[in-house]
Ligand binder design. Structure first.
Ligand SMILES: C[S@@+](CC[C@H](N)C(=O)[O-])C[C@H]1O[C@@H](n2cnc3c(N)ncnc32)[C@H](O)[C@@H]1O
Length: 268
């Protein structure tokens, strides 16, 4: 067993009117808000992806595989399920398992979760979502083989594995073994699709085409990814910056983003 920490509940922490998963800030892993504001940001980003990828939710050819009536799909880092919803809209017979470190409602602690420490049943059906999928709470920095629970994700199980926007959540030295683990859970002939953004939001390159379309998303993105790392801290610790210093820095960055000559873009 590795020493990689695993989430046990969906408890949250509030800082400057934003909500974060307690597990994330305690372990310095994906310290991005999990609240409704961030849900909007992610939905908008999903819309940008769809535009750029011309509505192709599945990038693999030959999907669903011939003769497979209920393709098995693994979504790594579910977020609020935007990709799963899009997938099920086009391929309603897929059976989806979604892995994440947080499955709360986005800001409100689930009191029952506090007693869940010994509960092996960390997998549940999401009955309320528009489309149903199986939730698996797991920190993907650990290999699936470390999972001793009955809901462990086994080898050669999936026709398609999707991993998108995990750059804030997978440790730098984990990436090679992460990709290998995803490969191991694919059926022979299955597909792994991965999409990441390069976090470099500006260019003087005239071929940068998205331009103003991404401005508001970049504005909210820089706040979402910087607030906790720069200013957040669990008491009694203090953040690297005071709130006033952070807000001044953010305001400066937000003001610069109004400069049309910057040619904002996301590199996919
Ligand atoms: C930016 S969101 C992307 C959501 C979705 N994949 C999409 O593309 O719309 C990243 C998600 O991955 C989850 N996540 C980050 N690091 C993770 C990790 N190490 N293990 C499991 N989930 C992780 C976060 O909790 C968050 O829900």
């Amino acid at each position: 067993m590795s020493a990689v920490p695993q989430p046990r509940d969906n408890r949250t922490v509030r800082f400057l009117d934003r909500d974060f998963a307690r597990f994330s800030v305690q372990n310095n892993l994906y310290c991005v808000p999990i609240d409704v504001d961030d849900e909007y940001r992610q939905k908008e980003l999903n819309r940008i992806f769809r535009d750029v990828l011309q509505d192709r939710v599945v990038l693999a050819p030959n999907f669903p595989p011939p003769g497979v009536e209920e393709p098995q799909v693994l979504e790594c880092g579910v977020g609020k399920g935007a990709w799963i919803e899009d997938l099920l809209e086009g391929y309603e017979h897929c059976e989806v398992t979604g892995v994440d470190i947080y499955f709360g409602q986005g800001g409100e602690d689930d009191e029952d979760d506090e007693d869940d420490e010994d509960d092996e049943g960390d997998e549940e059906r999401d009955e309320e979502a528009v489309q149903e999928f199986t939730k698996k709470i797991w920190n993907l920095n650990a290999p699936f083989r470390d999972d001793r629970s009955s809901s462990r994700i086994g080898r050669e199980r999936f026709d398609l594995v999707n991993s998108r926007l995990l750059m804030d959540g997978i440790n730098t030295d984990r990436w090679p073994s992460y990709v290998n683990d995803l490969y191991q859970v694919l059926k022979p002939g299955g597909w792994l699709q991965m999409v990441e953004l390069e976090l470099k939001f500006q260019s003087d390159n005239v071929s940068a085409s998205l331009g103003q379309d991404v401005r508001s998303n970049v504005q909210s993105h820089i706040e979402a990814v910087s607030l906790w790392p720069f200013a957040g801290a669990l008491p009694p610790a203090q953040g690297r910056m005071t709130v006033a210093q952070y807000q001044a820095l953010l305001l400066g960055a937000q003001t610069q983003l109004q400069d049309d000559s910057l040619r904002l873009y996301y590199d996919l």
